[in-house]
Each structure stands twice: as structure tokens, then as C-alpha cells.
Design a protein around this ligand. Structure first.
Ligand code: RIB
Length: 312
């Protein structure tokens, strides 16, 4: 299965701060770095590092070679990326001492994804393939429509949530991967209870597998046959930027490679736990070998603890 990720490409300008700037306040950043990012680019890198056959499509500016080169360096196929006259998209990111972030994005070239370009890109794919979308490029509703018509597996990560999502026909989506805020909005509920959000989403969009991420409380999976919860793997937190993208890429790569949902969710949770211990979005995404090695270690530790418990 080929995976087409039609998604954003951003230059992330990241600043470490002791606290977020408030209205009227000027603060000093303690460090600054520039990284390749964008939810689209991060998810493509996570997919490729997890072993998927991934093609990235989207638009960059004349200043954006670093974005396509970084993707190519991670093993993502980049021949469908198009250059636009606009500058590449960028993000200004504040990361506080707890590793949490506040992000402001400027779309730039990401807003040059046209219906004509989407048609051209989709010609290279068929019903055996998967289309992954986030909400940082133009014409997302059109892409869902057209990929649905082709019979592709459509995966939507409606992030960042905005009113434009109302134009998307979510009945054409096969996988919805979203956080609690996005889940509440799409489910049309104020409930704080993740099970309720999931159930509402599932009854509104019964055709879709729903994966709800809950930050430090883990994640939940629901399809027509099963519902389960995946815990997080505890980790030292330095920068959470891109942790959700790492999760999405690892989960989908697992599904595309034929893993059971439980196994795919477990690897996704561990990959995102490893990513939060490092700075930046895309540079923090771990390689599959590292995730697998950690997983084996954790499983043998758990077996040892079980045996010790049995011995009393
Ligand atoms: O999910 C993290 C990403 O959100 C960053 O890389 C930034 O570019 C924004 O798109």
C-alpha cells in the first residue's frame, strides 16, 4: 500500500521561554532553533521512519528546498511536491519549561494547494492506496471528496481545528485521528469524558475508525468491532512539539504494514514518548529500530516483574 500525505510543510522557528508572553508583555527567549516542521511534513517523516512507503505532496516556496531535502533524507518520496511563488509556510513556536507549546502558523505556500494540483497528484494513486490529510493546507474538502470517489482509504487528522472543517464530508473518511478538543468539536459535545466523545463520534461517523489522543492520559481506539485504551509510556518531557504527528505516522504505518490495531497503537505511543525527550518537531521523531528495541526491553522488563510477583 502506498501512502500519499497531502500536507503542510513549515519552517518552525522555535523559542524556549520560561513562561508564555502575555498581552502587552515582552519576554526574552532562552534558546532559539529552526527546524523543519508542519503537521504534514512531520507525519510523513514519522511514516517513513516507521517503514511505510510514503509520498508527500504539498507546496513550498522558493526558500523551501530544505523542506523537500529533509523529507527525501528521511526516505519520503518528494517528486510530487510543487514550488509556489509564495514563501514557504512557517510556524512560531514557544516551548515552556514543561515542554508544552503555543504555536502560531503562517500558511504561505501551503495555501496554494489547488483543486487542479490535487487532481494531478491523485492520478498517481488508486483504491489500494491511502490518503492522509491534516488541516493546514487549502482545499482539504476537495481532496477528501476526490480520494473518496477513487475508493482510496481516507485518513483525516483535523488539526488545527477550524470552521473550514464544516465543509468536509466526514462520511467519506475511513480513519479520524484527533485530540480531545478536536473530538469535542466534531462530536458536537461539551463532555470531558473521552468515552462519550468517542461514542458520539462513532455514532455520527459509523464508517470511520476513530483514534482519540488524550495527552498524558494516553489514547483510545474505536472501530465497529473493538474499543480499547492505550496508556502512555512515561518519559522525560523536553518538547512536546510533533508528538501527536509522531503518533499518527507510527500508527498508520503499523496499520499499512498489517499490524493489529492494538500493536499499532502501542508502537505509536512509544514512538511519541521517545519524541518528547528531544527538541524540535521532525528531528525528534525516532527511527523504527530505536522504537522496536525499546519495546522489546519494556516487554522483557514486564515479564521479569510478572515472574518476580509470581515467586512472591
Ligand atoms: O504539530 C506540530 C506542528 O504544528 C509544527 O511542526 C508546526 O509547524 C505546526 O504545523
Amino acid at each position: 500500500m502506498k501512502i500519499l500525505n497531502l500536507g503542510s510543510l513549515n519552517i518552525d522557528k522555535t523559542y524556549s521561554v520560561n513562561h508564555y508572553a502575555e498581552a502587552g508583555e515582552t519576554i526574552q527567549a532562552t534558546t532559539h532553533g529552526e527546524f523543519c516542521g508542519g503537521k504534514g511534513l512531520n507525519q510523513s517523516i514519522a511514516l517513513a521512519r516507521a517503514g511505510a512507503d510514503v509520498f508527500h505532496a504539498g507546496c513550498i516556496g522558493q526558500d523551501g528546498n530544505i523542506l523537500s531535502e529533509t523529507l527525501a533524507g528521511a526516505g519520503v518520496k518528494t517528486e510530487l511536491i510543487r514550488k509556489s511563488q509564495k514563501p514557504s509556510g512557517h510556524a512560531v513556536i514557544q516551548v515552556n519549561h514543561e515542554g508544552q507549546n503555543k504555536i502560531m502558523i503562517f500558511g504561505g505556500a501551503n495555501s496554494d494547494v489547488t483543486p487542479e494540483y490535487i487532481d494531478e497528484v491523485l492520478e498517481h494513486f488508486n483504491r489500494e492506496d491511502m490518503l492522509l490529510l491534516q488541516n493546514e493546507i487549502s482545499n482539504v474538502p476537495y481532496a477528501i471528496e476526490k480520494a473518496g470517489e477513487k475508493g482510496m482509504t481516507v485518513v483525516f487528522n483535523p488539526s488545527p481545528i477550524s470552521s473550514s472543517i464544516e465543509q468536509c464530508d466526514l462520511r467519506k473518511v475511513d480513519y479520524l485521528i484527533l485530540n480531545e478538543v478536536e473530538g469535542r468539536k466534531l462530536a458536537g459535545t461539551d463532555s470531558e469524558n473521552p468515552d462519550e466523545i468517542l461514542k458520539k463520534l462513532h455514532s455520527k461517523y459509523p464508517q470511520a475508525v476513530v483514534v482519540l489522543t488524550l495527552g498524558s492520559r494516553g489514547s483510545c481506539y474505536m472501530d465497529e468491532k473493538e474499543f480499547f485504551h492505550q496508556e502512555i509510556f512515561p518519559a522525560e518531557v523536553i518538547d512536546t512539539t510533533g508528538a501527536g504527528d509522531t503518533f499518527t505516522g507510527y500508527f498508520l504505518a503499523g496499520i499499512a504494514r498489517g499490524k493489529q490495531p492494538g500493536e499499532a497503537m502501542k508502537y505509536a505511543a512509544l514512538a511519541s514518548a521517545l519524541s518528547v525527550g528531544r527538541h524540535g518537531a521532525s528531528p525528534s521523531i525516532p527511527a523504527y529500530e530505536e522504537v522496536h528495541r525499546e519495546m522489546m526491553m519494556k516487554m522483557s522488563q514486564a515479564r521479569l516483574q510478572d515472574s518476580l510477583r509470581e515467586l512472591g
